[in-house]
Design a binder for this molecule. Structure first.
Ligand SMILES: *Cc1c(COP(=O)(O)O)cnc(C)c1O
Ligand SMILES: [Zn+2]
Length: 409
C-alpha cells in the first residue's frame, strides 16, 4: 500500500510502523494513520470514485487496507435525503439528512468496523473484540461472523435490549460489565495488554477511526462534489466528529472539492455533554462527567477524542450544543413524522440540537446543512416511553366509525 506512510502521534508527531498500536511511547498521545497524499492523488479522480461500488469501498484509496481483502457486508453509500418537510418546520431550505441508520447492522459503526476487521485479519489476529456503548458490538459481532473470527464484546450491563440482542444474534461471546462504559473501557484496556486480541476501539483504534472518514466523502460526493455549509454530528468519544472533518479536508487536499468552509457542530445529550461543556467554558481540556442520559450510545463521560473534537469546533467555527434530555424523544418523533425516518436516541439528540442551532441563529435559512442520523430507532424502543394510544375496536363498522369520530373531535 504505497499510499499509507505510518502511524503518527497526534501530539508529538513521533512516527510508528503500521502495527496494532494506539498510544505514543513518549507522550501517550493517540496515534493516527498518516498518508502520502501525492500517491493518493495519482490514483483517484471523481470519475474513478463514481465508477466504484455503491458502498464505502468506492473510497478504498483513502483507507489503510487492501480493497481485495475487505471484510465487506455492504456498508455505506447510504442515502442523503433532502428533508423538505423537516426543513420547512424548523426554517431551513436546504436541510439534508444523512441516513446512516440503514447500514447492515443499522448504525454508522459498520464503517469503522469494516476497516478494522480487514486490518485485524491482515495482522493475523484470531480474536476480534470491542467495548461498546451499544451499536459497536452489533457491528463487531456481524463482521467477526463474516470474517470467521472468534468474537468477544464487552458492554455496560444496563444497555437496551435491542442493542444486546442485535449483537448476540451473530454469536459472539457477550460480556456484560457492571458499571459505566468508562469503567468497562478501562477494564478492556487492561485486557488488551494481557491478551493478543484485536480490540477494535483500543489497540486497533487508529484503523477503526479511519472508517468514519467515508461519511465525509459521501456527503461531499452526494452534494455534487461540494462540502456543505454546516454539519451537525452526534458525539460520544468525539471521533466521528473529527473524522467527518478529516474526510472533507482530504477531499480538498486532493482537489476533489473546493475549499471546505463547513462549520462542524457537535451535538451531545444534556446528561453527558463533556465536550460541549469544555467548548462553552473555553477549556482546552475535557473534564470527565458521570453520564446520566437516555442516549446510551452517546454515554461516554471521558471522551478519547475530546480535545481533537474541541479543536475541530474552534477551527471550523462550529458550535458545541446539547439537547435537553426531555427533548430527545421529541426529536426522534419529529424526524419520523416529517421524513419517515425512525432514528434512535442519538438521532433525537441531533434533531433537537439542530433546532436549537437554527433558533440561536447559528444556521441560516439558505445554508446547506447536513444532519447525521447514525443509528436506528428499533434498537432503542425503551426510550420512547408510553405514547401509543390506538383506537381499540371490535371488527365492526359502526363501533369503529363512532370511535373514529370521537377521536377526531
Ligand atoms: C458510537 C455512536 C456515535 C458517536 O461516535 P463517537 O465517534 O464515539 O463520537 C454516534 N451515534 C451513534 C448511533 C453511535 O452508535
Ligand atoms: Zn507522542
Amino acid at each position: 500500500m504505497p499510499h499509507v506512510k505510518c502511524l503518527q502521534c497526534r501530539e508529538c508527531k513521533s512516527e510508528y510502523p503500521i502495527e496494532p498500536l494506539n498510544a505514543c511511547e513518549f507522550c501517550f498521545g493517540p496515534l493516527e494513520v498518516s498518508y502520502d497524499y501525492d500517491s493518493v492523488a495519482k490514483s483517484v479522480s471523481r470519475k474513478s470514485i463514481e465508477s466504484g461500488p455503491n458502498t464505502m469501498w468506492r473510497y478504498h484509496d483513502f483507507l489503510p487496507v487492501d480493497r481485495e481483502s475487505a471484510v465487506d457486508i455492504s456498508t455505506g453509500f447510504t442515502p442523503l435525503i433532502h428533508a423538505k418537510n423537516l426543513g420547512r418546520q424548523i426554517g431551513l431550505d436546504h436541510l439534508y439528512i444523512k441516513n446512516d441508520s440503514v447500514n447492515p447492522t443499522f448504525s454508522f459503526k459498520d464503517r469503522p468496523v469494516s476497516v478494522t476487521t480487514t486490518k485485524a485479519l491482515e495482522f493475523e489476529f484470531e480474536v476480534l473484540a470491542c467495548v461498546s456503548t451499544g451499536n459497536l458490538m452489533g457491528s463487531v459481532a456481524a463482521h467477526g461472523a463474516k470474517a470467521g473470527m472468534e468474537t468477544m464484546v464487552f458492554y455496560p450491563a444496563d444497555l437496551e435490549q435491542g442493542k444486546i440482542l442485535g449483537a448476540a444474534v451473530y454469536g459472539p461471546t457477550m460480556v456484560a460489565v457492571e458499571g459505566t462504559y468508562d469503567q468497562a473501557n478501562r477494564f478492556c484496556s487492561e485486557l488488551a495488554d494481557a491478551h493478543r486480541w484485536a480490540f477494535v476501539n483500543i489497540n486497533m483504534r487508529p484503523y477503526y477511526a479511519e472508517g468514519s472518514k467515508t461519511l465525509g466523502y459521501e456527503v461531499a460526493e452526494q452534494l455534487g462534489w461540494k462540502a456543505p455549509d454546516h454539519c451537525v454530528v452526534p458525539g460520544a468519544s468525539g471521533e466521528l466528529h473529527t473524522k467527518i472533518w478529516k474526510g472533507l479536508e482530504e477531499f480538498e487536499a486532493i482537489g476533489l472539492i473546493d475549499k471546505a468552509k463547513t462549520k462542524m457542530h457537535l451535538a451531545q445529550a444534556e446528561g453527558c455533554a463533556p465536550i460541549v461543556e469544555a467548548f462553552e467554558s473555553g477549556n482546552n481540556q475535557v473534564k470527565p462527567v458521570r453520564p446520566k442520559t437516555i442516549a446510551k450510545s452517546l454515554a461516554i463521560g471521558n471522551p478519547a477524542a475530546g480535545p481533537y473534537s474541541l479543536e475541530v469546533l474552534r477551527d471550523t467555527g462550529g458550535t458545541g450544543v446539547f439537547a435537553y434530555e426531555n427533548s430527545i424523544v421529541d426529536g426522534i418523533r419529529l424526524l419520523a413524522e416529517t421524513e419517515g425516518i425512525f432514528t434512535e436516541t442519538a438521532g433525537g439528540v441531533v434533531i433537537s440540537s439542530l433546532k436549537r442551532l437554527v433558533r440561536q441563529g447559528k444556521i441560516k435559512k439558505d445554508e446547506v446543512t447536513v444532519a447525521f442520523v447514525t443509528g436506528n430507532g428499533l434498537k432503542t424502543l425503551e426510550a420512547m416511553g408510553d405514547f401509543v394510544a390506538p383506537i381499540e375496536t371490535k371488527p365492526d363498522l359502526d363501533t369503529f366509525q363512532t370511535k373514529l369520530s370521537n377521536r377526531r373531535d
